[in-house]
Structures are given as C-alpha cells and as structure tokens.
Design a protein around this ligand. Structure first.
Ligand code: ADE
Ligand code: ZN
Length: 337
C-alpha cells in the first residue's frame, strides 16, 4: 500500500460496529484487575498469558476470552476496561462505536447486571464529553446457553432499557443456529430494540438466512460465509444488509488461512455493504486501524474502497438520522480533500 492510501485509511473518519468490550481487555489490564480483585489467574505472567493466544478455531479463543473476563467484578472495572478501549479507538479516528457486551459471562459469576452496564455506560458518557465520540450499547445473548436464559437476561436488562439500543447473538456458532433464539428476538423486536446476530463466521450460509428470516436482524456480524451462496450474496447486496467484517479475527480464528485469502474485497466488489471492525482487539492483534491496514496491505483495495468502507460504517450504524447524516457529510468532506 502506498503512503497516501495508508494515510487516508488511518485518518479517515470511521465508525466501529463490531467490538466485544470484553475482547478489548489487554493482558496488562487483566493482570492489574486480577491483583485489585484478588482473582487467581491460570498464567504466571503477562507474557505467558499473551503467548497462550494461539487459537485454532472460535471455541479455542472463547475459552481464553471467558477466563480473561473473570477478573471483572466491580463497576469501576467495567468503566476502566471501556475507557481504555474508547481512548484507543479515538486515536484511530473512530467517531462512533457500537459496543457489544456479554452480561451472562458476568452475572453467572455473581456480578450485578447494574454494575456491568453502569460501568460501561459511564465510560461512554465520558467519551462523549471528552472527545465528542458517540457510543451505543448492544447486549449480546450467549448462544451456547438456552433461550430461557436469554429471556432471564432480558428481564434483568429491562430496568436499564435507556442504556442499550439493541441485542445481538454471539459465542459458539456451530450447532447453535439463530432460530434457537426466535422467541427472545421476537420479544426484543416488540420492545423496539435493534437486532443483530453473529452468523456465517464459522457457521454455514444457512445461518445467515435464518438470522435474516427468523430473527429479522438488521445487520449480520461477520457473514463472510455468504460467498458460498450466490443467491444470498445477491440478496444481501440488493437489500444493502450490512456485514460487520473483522479481518484480523478471521485470520486468528482460521476462518481464512492468510489475509491474502480474505474475501473482504470480493464482498465489496459484489456490492455488499461490508464494514471493517476489530471484534476482540486485545486477542487478535489489533484495533480498528490495524485491521484496515492489514486488509489494505494484503488485498486489492484502493481509495474508492476506503471511502466505501468509511461510508458504510456510518450508513449501517444505529445513530439517529441527523447524527448519521452529519457523519456521512464528514466522510464526503474528507474524501474531497
Ligand atoms: N464473542 C467474542 N468474540 C466473538 C466472535 N468472534 N464470535 C462469536 N462470539 C464472540
Ligand atoms: Zn464478534
């Protein structure tokens, strides 16, 4: 990639729509929180923990990711984790973030739902004041657990309805199809929540179809498996259903062997509204701009693709109309330079 394109990608205004806040916990912060909270870790040092980040598939990552999250106990822990991520995102010219959080990972350990959401929300408010950065929260249901447990989590969340704008579906994809959660997503839709789901990361294109048809989601998280199904590609392009693609994640979790094999450029060429995101930046070797640079270095992507990605990131966001239009104007102005 030449220097001009690199600067464009780094400096362009952008939104991040697929980041699990627990996946932003850096090993250093895991160790600091473990000490503060007197939690024992299975690894003797930051280096030993980091060297365990050699994943073979989604499940091998999730096992370590849930272990890392075990150091989060108090409201302040959730604040500190979120603030560290937002500061890092701000340095990458991220103007707007839509954060996932996994309340079940914490409530199962006895942490109060209120402490989780209040800590994250307080950091989002501070980022707005400090950096004029907007942030919205999406609560994910863990798909390896039951729909009944998802309903119970929704009940716990409702007193905090003003602090999150939507729900998502994450964790172990294979064997846990979207339709397992048809009832709870229907209830969330009645409540006026936005709906998204991970689908077609490791799972088949059929899961993307049922996420759309049964859950009625507005965006697909990952969705890279769609290219195996040409009719689905046409549909995603026609409907402009956004895919929140996570290039470094897909390499670390072996969805693609090498970045040169990633299908991001093919998705964009097919007219799909793809976006680039970091997923779990502390575990996959990079934040927003690292993902963009890695993809642009390896794939046939040019300045028009950069503009498209910046545009898509805001167009696919759940920002209110006026704020979204204002961000899109900022993208246009940036690319007129
Ligand atoms: N939870 C955190 N990261 C995830 C991913 N990439 N896929 C599914 N669940 C997740
Ligand atoms: Zn994800």
């Amino acid at each position: 990639m030449d220097e001009a394109l690199r600067n464009t990608v780094l400096n362009m205004p952008k939104a991040e729509l697929h980041i699990h806040i627990e996946g932003s916990l850096e090993p250093e912060l895991i160790f600091a929180l473990a000490e503060r909270n007197k939690v024992a870790l299975a690894y003797p040092s930051v280096e030993a923990l980091r060297s365990a980040y050699a994943f073979t598939d989604l499940q091998s990552f999730l096992d370590i990711y849930y272990a890392g999250a075990s150091v989060l106990l108090a409201e302040q822990d959730f604040y500190d984790m979120t603030m560290a991520y937002l500061q890092r995102a701000q340095a990458d010219n991220v103007r707007h973030v839509e954060l996932f959080f996994d309340p079940q990972t914490h409530t199962a350990r006895g942490v109060a739902f209120a402490d989780v959401i209040n800590g994250i929300d307080r950091a989002l408010q501070d980022a707005r004041t400090k950096w004029q950065m907007s942030g919205l929260l999406i609560m994910c249901f863990l798909r390896h657990l039951s729909e009944e447990e998802a309903f119970a989590t929704l009940e716990q969340a409702l007193p905090h309805r003003d602090k999150f704008i939507g729900v998502g579906l994450d964790s172990s994809e294979r064997g846990n199809p979207p339709e397992k959660f048809a009832g709870v997503f229907a209830r969330c839709k009645e409540l006026g929540l936005h709906l998204v789901a991970h689908a077609g990361e490791e799972g088949p294109p059929a899961y993307i179809r049922t996420a759309l048809d049964v859950l009625q989601v507005e965006r697909i998280d990952h969705g890279v498996a769609c290219l195996q199904d040409p009719e689905l590609v046409q549909r995603l392009a026609r409907q402009q259903t956004a895919l929140t693609v996570c290039p470094l994640s897909n390499i670390k979790l072996r969805v693609f062997d090498r970045m040169q094999d990633h299908n991001l450029a093919a998705l964009l060429e097919a007219g799909i509204a793809a976006t680039v995101n970091s997923d779990d930046p502390a575990y996959f070797g990079g934040y927003m701009n690292d993902n963009l640079v890695a993809a642009f270095e390896a794939l046939p992507l040019n300045r028009d693709h950069a503009r498209q990605l910046a545009h898509n990131s805001f167009a696919a966001s759940f920002l209110p109309h006026e704020a979204r239009e204002s961000c899109l104007r900022e993208v246009d102005a940036f690319f007129r330079q």
